[in-house]
Design a protein around this ligand. Structure first.
Ligand code: HEC
Length: 193
């Protein structure tokens, strides 16, 4: 009798642990794998010393290089919209002025300073898009949707939360397909006044 009860108790314990585990997984932020191949993807732009606060760091230069997965680029060319499973990568590198034969201008350093990702998954991410920051090649958890990333991209990005106005091969497509966001068009008409 005793052994039966204890076996029953053990079974209950295992079930509760499994249930809690499942509930915990559902609560925790969605994850994304490190996009190991992004340097073989489609190049969208390099921004140099871009700032959104107006502050510049004297004597310090930074580049950001933006890439997108080839399937999403192809879909955007056809429709002016990002399909499900779009992954955009922003790679940040320091700028260097002195080296080799360089006598003026700024080139990119070898080391990557930061890797930020903006990914679309209509089923897995609340609001369809999520941001991630990778410190190494391990999977990263989505940045909570209260973060500033979502607000700035959502209100100023030219197409569907992304900064297509800074991606020169994509902007003419968005213009011709008429997929520019209302928030962006409002920014533009205010800037022209
Ligand atoms: C104040 C506005 C602002 C905020 C806040 C902001 N971004 Fe951006 N983000 C931009 C701009 C502008 C670009 C275009 C960069 C370029 O042209 O090189 C960009 C581009 C990107 C891209 C390339 C893909 C895309 O969506 O266009 C990624 C990835 C990205 N940001 C990640 C982040 C993450 C992660 C955060 C929060 C930790 C963040 N951003 C916060 C303005 C912002």
């Amino acid at each position: 009798m005793f052994s039966l009860t204890s076996r029953f108790a053990k079974a209950v314990l295992v079930c509760v642990t499994l249930l809690c585990g499942a509930a915990y997984a559902a609560d925790s932020a969605p994850q994304l794998d490190y996009p190991a191949d992004y340097r073989n993807w489609i190049f969208l732009t390099s921004g140099l010393d871009m700032t959104y606060s107006g502050e510049q760091m004297a004597g310090h230069h930074m580049f950001d290089n933006v890439f997108v997965n080839p399937e999403a680029y192809k879909a955007f060319q056809a429709t002016g919209r990002w399909p499900d499973k779009t992954i955009l990568v922003k790679e940040v590198r320091g700028g260097q002025t002195k080296g080799s034969i360089n006598r003026g201008g700024t080139y990119q350093q070898v080391g990557v300073m930061a890797l930020e990702v903006h990914a679309k998954d209509e089923k897995r991410f609340p609001g369809q898009w999520a941001f991630f920051v990778f410190g190494d090649a391990k999977p990263a958890a989505a940045i909570p949707k209260e973060a500033q990333c979502y607000a700035c991209h959502g209100s100023h990005g030219a197409v569907d939360n992304t900064f297509v106005q800074f991606y020169p091969t994509l902007m003419p497509i968005a213009e011709s397909k008429k997929t520019l966001a209302a928030g962006y068009l409002k920014d533009e008409s205010a800037a022209q006044k």
